[in-house]
Design a protein around this ligand. Structure first.
Ligand code: NAD
Ligand code: MG
Length: 392
C-alpha cells in the first residue's frame, strides 16, 4: 500500500485524483488532504477517504471543520495555515504527493514535499513558473521524482526517451510540440473579445477545470505558463517549444526527433489519464477513462497560434526569454488580473495590458533565492492591485 497526500483535494484535479485512488484501494491509501476554505467539501472527503491528517488554509475554516468532524471522525487530525499545508505535504506515511493547489500558493507546500524526496505528481504548474530553477535544483538535490500531471507535459514525458535527463540534443530530440485547444474564444475576433463574460470564459469546449485555469485557457496564458513549465521539466530552451493549436484536444502533445519522427500521446480529454499514469509509473493502471473512439473523432486539425488576439502567450515567451524573476512577476500579475476579471473588475482584453504594465514596472529583476522571489511576487501583486485601483 502506498500512502498519498492530496494537496488541493477539493478542486478539479484533487477530486479526479481521489476518483482514481478509490478505484485501487488495494494499492493506495489516502493519508492527508488539504483545501483552502471549502469546509463542507472537505468534510465529505473525510467521510469518504478517512485520511489521517487534513489541513485548511485558514484558522476559521479549520475550526469549522473540527466541529463538523466531531463525532465519528474525531480521529482525523485537523491542522491550519502554512504549517498545516506543509505538514500534510511532508506526512511521513505519504511517499506520493499530488500537488494540485492552484496558483503560487502551491509553491511552498510542494517545495516542502520535494525537500523530503517524495514522488511529486505535479499539477500546480505555477510552482515551476515562479521558481523553476530553484525547484528543479531542489528536485535533484533531494532526489525527488517529478511526474507531470498537466496533460501536455504528461504526454511529452510519455513521448520522450527514458533518459531525456541527459539533454535533448544527446537523445536526438529536436522540438517539443505543445498542443493547445485554443480555448473557448479560439474563433473570436479582437472586437468580439471586448465584451466576453466570466461565464463564457469558464465554459471550456473540451476540459472541465477550476475557474482560474479556465480563464488562463481563454486568454491562452495557460499555454504561456505551460511553455515555461516545459522549459524546466525538460530543460528545453523556449525556441525548441512550438505551440500548436489543436482544437479537438485528442493529441495531448508531441516530441519531434532529429530523424523526422514525431511521437505523440493521444486520449480522451480527461485528467484521470495523466493522474493514473503518474501514480502507477512505470506501470499502468485503470483510470476510469473510456477508450478513444477514433471513428467518432474522424478528424484532427492544427493551426498556428495567434499572438495578436492572445497577447498573453507572447508575454509568457518574453518572460521566459528574459529569465530571472520575470516569469514570477508575470504569474503574480496574471493571478491578480484573473481574479479581477472573475469579480467583474477588469475587462477580458485588459488582462494582458495589466500584466504587461506590471512587467514593465519591474524590469530586469534578478532573483536566485526563494525569499527574493516571494518578495517580488508580493510586489508584483501590489503593483497590479494599484493599477486596478487607477483603472489600469
Ligand atoms: P481548482 O480551483 O478546482 O482547485 C484548487 C484547489 O486548491 C482547491 O482544493 C482549493 O481549495 C485549493 N486552494 C486554492 N487556493 C488555495 C490557497 N490559497 N491555499 C491553499 N489551498 C488553496 O483548481 P484545478 O483546476 O484543480 O487546478 C489545480 C492546479 O492544477 C492548477 O495549478 C492548474 O493550473 C493545474 N491543472 C489543472 C487542470 C485541470 O484540468 N483542472 C489541468 C492541468 C493543470
Ligand atoms: Mg494543460
Amino acid at each position: 500500500m502506498i500512502g498519498v497526500a492530496v494537496l488541493g483535494a477539493t478542486g478539479s484535479i484533487g477530486l479526479s485524483t481521489l476518483d482514481v485512488l478509490a478505484r485501487h484501494p488495494d494499492k493506495y491509501r489516502v493519508v492527508s488532504l488539504t483545501a483552502n476554505r471549502d469546509v463542507a467539501g472537505m468534510a465529505r472527503l473525510c467521510r469518504q477517504h478517512r485520511p489521517d491528517l487534513v489541513a485548511m488554509a485558514d484558522a476559521a475554516s479549520a475550526e469549522a471543520l473540527r466541529r463538523e468532524l466531531a463525532g465519528d471522525l474525531q480521529g482525523i487530525e485537523v491542522m491550519q495555515g502554512e504549517a498545516g499545508l506543509a505538514a500534510a505535504a511532508v506526512h511521513p506515511d505519504a511517499p506520493y504527493v499530488m500537488a494540485a493547489i492552484v496558483g503560487a500558493a502551491g509553491l511552498l507546500p510542494t517545495l516542502a514535499a520535494v525537500r523530503e524526496g517524495k514522488r511529486i505528481l505535479l499539477a500546480n504548474k505555477e510552482s515551476l513558473v515562479v521558481a523553476g530553477q530553484l525547484f528543479m535544483d531542489a528536485v535533484r538535490r533531494h532526489d525527488a521524482e517529478v511526474l507531470p500531471i498537466d496533460s501536455e507535459h504528461n504526454a511529452i514525458f510519455q513521448s520522450m526517451p527514458a533518459d531525456f535527463g541527459r539533454g535533448l540534443d544527446r537523445v536526438g530530440v529536436r522540438r517539443i510540440l505543445l498542443t493547445a485547444s485554443g480555448g473557448p474564444f479560439r474563433n473570436r475576433s479582437l472586437a468580439e473579445l471586448q465584451h466576453v463574460t466570466p461565464e463564457e470564459a469558464c465554459a471550456h469546449p473540451n476540459w472541465d477545470m477550476g475557474r482560474k485555469i479556465s480563464v488562463d485557457s481563454a486568454t491562452m496564458m495557460n499555454k504561456g505558463l505551460e511553455v515555461i513549465e516545459a522549459r524546466w521539466l525538460f530543460d528545453a530552451t523556449p525556441d525548441r517549444i512550438q505551440v500548436v493549436v489543436h482544437p479537438q484536444s485528442v493529441i495531448h502533445s508531441m516530441v519531434e526527433y532529429v530523424d523526422g519522427s514525431v511521437l505523440a500521446q493521444l486520449g480522451n480529454p480527461d485528467m484521470r489519464t495523466p493522474i493514473a499514469h503518474a501514480l502507477a509509473w512505470p506501470e499502468r493502471i485503470e483510470s476510469g477513462v473510456a477508450g478513444l473512439d477514433l471513428f467518432a473523432i474522424a478528424q484532427l486539425d492544427f493551426e498556428a497560434p495567434d499572438f495578436d488576439r492572445f497577447p498573453c502567450l507572447r508575454l509568457a515567451y518574453q518572460a521566459v526569454e528574459q529569465g530571472g524573476a520575470a516569469p514570477a512577476i508575470l504569474n503574480a500579475a496574471n493571478e491578480v488580473a484573473v481574479a479581477a476579471f472573475l469579480d467583474g473588475r477588469l475587462p477580458f482584453v485588459r488582462i494582458p495590458q495589466l500584466i504587461d504594465k506590471v512587467l514593465q514596472a519591474m524590469p530586469g529583476t534578478l532573483a536566485d533565492d526563494l525569499d527574493t522571489l516571494l518578495a517580488l511576487d508580493a510586489e508584483a501583486r501590489r503593483l497590479a492591485e494599484q493599477s486596478l485601483g487607477n483603472g489600469v
